[in-house]
Design a protein around this ligand. Structure first.
Ligand code: URP
Ligand code: ZN
Ligand code: ZN
Length: 464
């Protein structure tokens, strides 16, 4: 048996912070106690010094897209590179979106993703399933998902012709999800109206990437949120609005929750950190193209999102990690509608949220809650993940809160040569990471292996 003692750090959980030691036996936490009140040092086979460091539960990123086929290409990180980058940024668990193929089955989609992740993921992983073809047999097959550990589906009011479902199909899938205690994750933008705006822009000759952002207005995000909240109310299902980018959409989701509905909200570090004001001119802005898009800082979206993160109106900050290389983005030169949508953030979420702590936007405990504990609850993985209580998986981050570093495509570990965070200086850095008791990051270097990550069958949401 391996007995690990993490000594002298400030243990931070959603419930509070104090100087404490953490005892680990093999893969599990067995105790957290004030130094000097226990005799763990005598039996420890390994001691990690965490003096002047934070000791955090491994962060849980419930929105990633590794190797996602999209727009005729595939997102640049595979399960090995993406989860290695995640670990280096303090994220020990991801929940990735497996996808149904057109005319394909659901379990088939999960199996395809399993094959990509198994033996290659460096961090633990579970799956949501993107349901992109709601047919009668698809609705029947939904009942199988919980039996293979998939307790959430994603539906889209965006992307007509590919992932889009109309309101009737969304309602049918929601009704079935309600019966099965399956969470519906919703990409809420009015894709039909957006397609009109996109076509008009191209006809006018407005082909630069900035027009991707300008043809997906916040009103059409908010409209879709309002609509799907109403549909979820009729169906009686639990609903998470994913990647909320605007104050308007946030307001619509929170309004649903304030009416007593089980509506949860997720936002992403890119919306908290970046804005249209930050975009370079011309095609260089292609690296910022994602959906929903970045918003104007001057309109107060970012402030509203930070306030909601701090006050628990946002339940999870996840990355929507979907990176592409600069070469992959080139396909949209002369036509912004062809630019593959997505940015890479999986390595930087904790540091970017810690920046919010440094700037006084949220507490340290809330950072842990919104990056680890509540995402684990939403994903049906708590208390195994997102906590440091005895019995939990020993996924632990030793975090140096004073280390300053500059984010850059030259030094990050994500498999892309571009970064929307290039040049941004942040305070705080992941130093050491344990995954189920095994040291996988040591002084900022990955020392684990492809295949260290295990599949996590998920249960229902436990966040109320
Ligand atoms: O631009 C984004 N968000 N790409 C990933 C796919 C999605 O809609 O989440
Ligand atoms: Zn989406
Ligand atoms: Zn996504």
């Amino acid at each position: 048996m391996t007995r690990t003692l993490i000594h002298g750090g400030t243990v931070v959980t959603a419930d509070g912070s104090s100087v404490a030691d953490v005892a680990i036996e093999d893969e599990r936490i067995v105790g957290v106690a004030v130094p000097g009140t226990h005799d763990w040092a005598g039996t420890a086979t390994r001691t990690l010094d965490a003096t002047d460091r934070y000791v955090l539960p491994g962060a849980v990123d419930i929105h990633t897209h590794m190797e996602l086929p999209v727009s005729g290409t595939v997102s640049a990180d595979d399960f090995e590179t993406g989860t290695r980058a995640a670990l280096l940024g303090g994220t020990t668990t991801i929940v990735d979106y497996a996808g149904q193929e057109r005319a394909g089955g659901l379990v088939e989609g999960v199996e395809r993703w399993q094959a990509r992740a198994e033996g290659r993921a460096c961090a633990d992983y579970g799956f949501h399933l993107m349901v992109t073809d709601v047919r009668p047999d698809t609705l029947d097959e939904l009942s199988v998902l919980p039996t293979v550990g998939v307790s959430s589906i994603k539906l889209f009011t965006a992307y007509p012709g590919t992932n889009y479902s109309d309101d009737g199909r969304i309602l049918q899938a929601m009704q079935r999800a309600a019966d099965l205690d399956v969470m519906v994750m919703m990409h809420a933008e009015n894709g039909i109206a957006i397609d009109v705006l996109r076509a008009e822009a191209i006809t006018r000759g407005d082909t630069d990437p900035i027009h991707h952002l300008l043809t997906r207005p916040a009103s059409l995000e908010a409209e879709a949120v309002e609509r799907v909240v109403r549909l979820a109310e009729v169906a009686g299902c639990e609903l998470t609005i994913v990647h909320i980018s605007s104050a308007d959409a946030l307001r619509a989701a929170v309004e649903g929750r304030d009416r007593g509905l089980p509506v949860f909200s997720e936002t992403c570090p890119q919306y908290l950190t970046l804005a249209i004001e930050d975009l370079p001119d011309g095609f260089d802005a292609a690296r910022y193209v994602c959906s929903p898009p970045l918003r104007w800082r001057r309109d107060g979206h970012q402030q509203a999102l930070w306030d909601a993160v701090a006050t628990r109106r946002v339940d999870a900050v996840a990355t929507d990690h979907c990176p592409f290389t600069w070469e992959q983005k080139q396909v949209g030169r002369g036509d912004f509608t062809r630019i593959p949508n997505g940015v890479g953030s999986v390595e930087h979420r904790l540091d970017l949220l810690h920046q919010g702590v440094v700037d006084g936007r949220l507490t340290l405990e809330r950072m842990v809650e919104v990056c680890s504990t509540d995402p684990a609850r939403l994903a049906g993985l708590h208390p195994r993940k997102g906590s440091l209580t005895p019995g939990a998986d020993a996924d632990v981050v030793i975090y140096d809160p004073t280390a300053r570093h500059r984010l850059s495509a030259d030094t990050h570990h994500m498999a892309t040569d571009i970064s929307v965070y290039d040049g941004l200086e942040v305070t705080g850095h992941t130093e050491t990471v344990l995954l189920r008791g095994h040291v996988v990051v040591e002084r900022g270097v990955h020392v684990g292996h492809a295949g260290d990550g295990q599949y996590l069958p998920r249960g229902p949401n436990s966040r109320s």
